[in-house]
Write a protein that binds this ligand. Structure first.
Ligand SMILES: *Cc1c(COP(=O)(O)O)cnc(C)c1O
Length: 395
């Protein structure tokens, strides 16, 4: 084994806190610059036709993006990663791997944009999707048919924080010769690495925790299979939903602090969840870290910690819920999640307002449901802020 191969093996064995900072990050050979530069160029000089450094054109490849992709692959314990201009750009690319006449099975509580692209974009190309409760493995197996080529899994899910068993679902997919893709946006690779549980593809919205500062939009697909990566790379380049160098730089800057941010997100969310569970104004709290969560044990096995997202049911009406989310001052009323700042939203009036009320209630999305992305502020300020909003809404 060459020295180089030894060095590479040592890199693979480093812990995620170290990989987050160093994977894909070598000081520039010429200048010694520590940080990957923002390579703001579209094209690259060739010394003779077809003879080049490996870079020809920036849709196909850009050095800032390459460093980000190497960093993301190391975080998810995969061999390859591909970055996209949004999470939806990444998800679209998974669907590009399929053909007309193929069938997809997906969770019935997947991200709204995933539901939309499967139904409103791909159905017209004769790609049909069955949406099932992915905590019910029998229902998943029943939904898999001869032509099912993809099982799409999210865990934890939005906004009720259902936890799905990645290993068991990957097994079901493979029994039917289908790919298992896991949207790992809520957990992040710091808390959960689906490839280690048998998933074939991990999808990330870099917009959320990996970017981490609510200042950029991006996506990624991570795999542990060079052939599958080649195929994904073909569609990445052909469709062209690639991130620019500045966005790649921002995410690379974000991933360095992912472990320290996630530790605080988890600590704050866990304390807030317990406080809310004991609060008179609250009927129910959805957080995988609570023992009252129906899949708490699975979450404890599959995840290294329970994340920064939680939802709770206010003991109140749609209007009272709207007052709470409008009156908070530390929590910002906004969609999205995963940034350092705490966000609050009311699914019934915002992210899930398009679902008819009866259907929404049947799915457990009550009028008083409130979702929070717990930031890294001091947890006492977060509690005090929710308390004053409760006082305002429920007096
Ligand atoms: C935000 C999000 C997406 C889509 O990502 P964009 O970067 O907004 O395109 C996909 N899945 C989940 C779980 C998300 O939260």
């Amino acid at each position: 084994m060459s020295d180089d191969a030894d060095a590479e093996d040592a890199t693979d064995e480093r812990r995620i806190e170290t990989r987050a900072i160093h994977a894909g990050q070598e000081p520039d050979e010429e200048t010694g610059a520590l940080m990957t530069p923002i390579y703001a160029n579209s094209t690259y000089k060739q010394s003779a036709p077809g003879e080049h450094t490996g870079y020809e054109y920036s849709r196909t490849g850009n050095p800032t993006r390459t460093d980000l992709e190497e960093n993301l692959a190391a975080l998810e314990n995969g061999s390859h990663a591909r970055a996209f201009s949004s999470g939806m750009g990444a998800i679209n690319t998974v669907l590009n791997l399929l053909e007309a006449g193929d069938h997809v099975v997906a969770g019935d509580d997947v991200y709204g944009g995933t539901h939309r692209i499967l139904t409103q974009v791909y159905e017209q190309y004769d790609l049909e999707t069955s949406f099932v409760d992915t905590t019910d493995h029998e229902a998943v197996a029943d939904a898999m048919g001869e032509n099912t080529e993809l099982l799409w899994v999210e865990t934890p899910t939005n906004p009720l924080m259902n936890v799905n068993d990645i290993g068991a679902l990957a097994d079901i997919a493979h029994e039917h010769d289908a790919l298992c893709a896991v949207d790992n946006t809520f957990a992040t690779p710091y808390l959960q690495r689906p490839l280690e549980h048998g998933a074939d593809i991990v999808s990330q919205s870099l917009t959320k925790y990996l970017g981490g500062h609510s200042d950029t939009v991006g996506g990624a697909l991570i795999v542990d299979d060079a052939e599958l990566d080649d195929e994904i790379g073909f569609y990445q380049n052909s469709v062209g939903a690639t991130p620019g160098p500045f966005d790649s730089f921002l995410v690379l800057r974000g991933t360095k602090t992912l472990p320290v941010r996630m530790d605080r997100h988890c600590e704050n969310a866990s304390e807030l969840a317990e406080w809310l569970e004991g609060h008179d104004a609250v009927d129910r709290v959805y957080y995988p870290g609570l023992e009252s969560h129906p899949q708490h044990e699975l979450a404890a096995e599959q995840m290294d910690d329970f994340g920064g997202m939680l939802s709770f049911e206010l003991d109140g009406t749609l209007e009272e819920g709207s007052t709470v989310v409008s009156e908070t001052e530390v929590f910002t009323l906004a969609e999205s999640l995963g940034g350092v700042e705490s966000l609050i939203e009311q699914p019934a009036a915002m992210t899930h307002a398009a679902i008819p009320r009866e259907e929404r209630l049947a799915a457990g999305l009550t009028d008083g449901l409130i979702r929070v992305s717990v930031g890294v502020e001091h947890v006492d300020d977060l509690k005090a802020d929710l308390q004053q909003a409760f006082d305002e809404a429920l007096d």
